[in-house]
Design a protein around this ligand. Sequence first.
Ligand SMILES: Cc1ncc(COP(=O)(O)O)c(C=O)c1O
Length: 477
Amino acid sequence: MLDALAEYRRSGRYGFTPPGHRQGRGADPRVRAVLGDALGCDVLAAPGVDDRLARGHVLGDAEELMAEAVGAESAFFSTCGSSLSVKAAMLAVAGGDGGLILGRDSHKSVIAGLVFSGVRPYWVSPKWDAARHFSHPPSPEAVREAWVRHPEAAGALIVSPSPYGTCADIGGIARVCHERGKPLIVDEAWGAHLPFHPDLPRWAMDAGADVCVVSVHKMGAGFEQGSVFHVQGDLVDRARLKLCADLLMTTSPNVLLYAAMDGWRRQMVEQGHELLGAALDIADYARSALSAIPGITVMHNELLGAEASHELDRLQVLMDVAATGASGYQVADWLRDNRRLDLGHSDHRRILATLSIADDKTTVDTLIDAVTAWRTRLTGTAAPEMRLPAPRELELESVMLPREAFFGPCQAVPIEQAPGRIAAEEVTPYPPGIPVLIPGELIDRAVIDYLRSGLAAGMNVPDPADPQLHTLRVVAR
Ligand SMILES: Cc1ncc(COP(=O)(O)O)c(C=O)c1O
């Protein structure tokens, strides 16, 4: 795909086709000044990079090479992120009205998949570290119990790694599913790099998953929105998966995304071991230097073990700042305002620095220096208090199908009146994007107190109709 795009440009090909900017010719010079080369590469997939019948098999070749690179049986590219891929996998496995065993720590795109499809969720609780208010992926035992309760489910879906790099025992969970002849989908949005270094957690296909979806842009080096499905075995019908993806996919895929995924695949095959090895070394250096800052705990052992996670991606450097008295939101805002550094995730007590093959001692020293500077200047800053529910209080009873609650008659009520009502919308602190409220769940007071005090403390809740949460959409009585 990358070669075909280079050839398209080299040969001076021109399309009387979309995109109308014609490789930038028609774009405003101010747009061109910023987006220059990107416009030059933004051409039609077919007829363009390939001919009108895709006889050059350009995309097909890129996908086959990707499958070969990671050792999957097949791979499909998608250009709408894992948000699309995960929905397509859910539809392919559970159809329009089946049931799926799902970790309650699933990403909001999974919930969107339930709303679109009408699929019934059979929730599995994550493991909880109540003291740190932190969840870990569900255990194989919890998934087994879910199968005993819901043998009719079409399959199971687990997120691993989590956005914090914590991983489920996918091998154990796959065995539990396969004993029943049912497939396991792994949302591996944060794990595109895993196949390419043995010191990273085991990747889903090696551990026995049937389908996994990865976001190449997160831990790989693709453009935002590039995603790949990997499939193996015969529990998931590939043709059906492709058809389901086609239902959701754009008819105008951006070849920049395809080409970047293809080029990253080649980079990983040729140099992945070396590049990821260097990134892991730099992560160890960052972990040890950041741990030396008073009040900062770089989480490692706390994240692993029987009551926690199975494996950890060390490139996700999760720092607990609670002992400093500040919240993660405050630290993240300070780093952005004062050091021009952005962190992917922050919450009431943690910040997360995600490292990649792009990082080296220079970038990591900038982070260490900035966190040290924050620590020196902000001693004694008190974090706004948040009311944190006990894990039990966060696990709301699901009393209606998400689809019915979302699309049925609903009303917006003042948030104080929401406890006791059924949620008709999702409410998701972002990042990490794990919904606190899912359509169809019975709302309780503890969750409302959590969300309101969270908003006051700096939490970002972008998805409800009223993001300030003065009102909440609930199912009409
Ligand atoms: C666990 C998980 N799954 C799926 C997604 C969606 O991925 P994308 O942003 O590629 O659509 C995310 C995004 O953050 C995620 O964290």
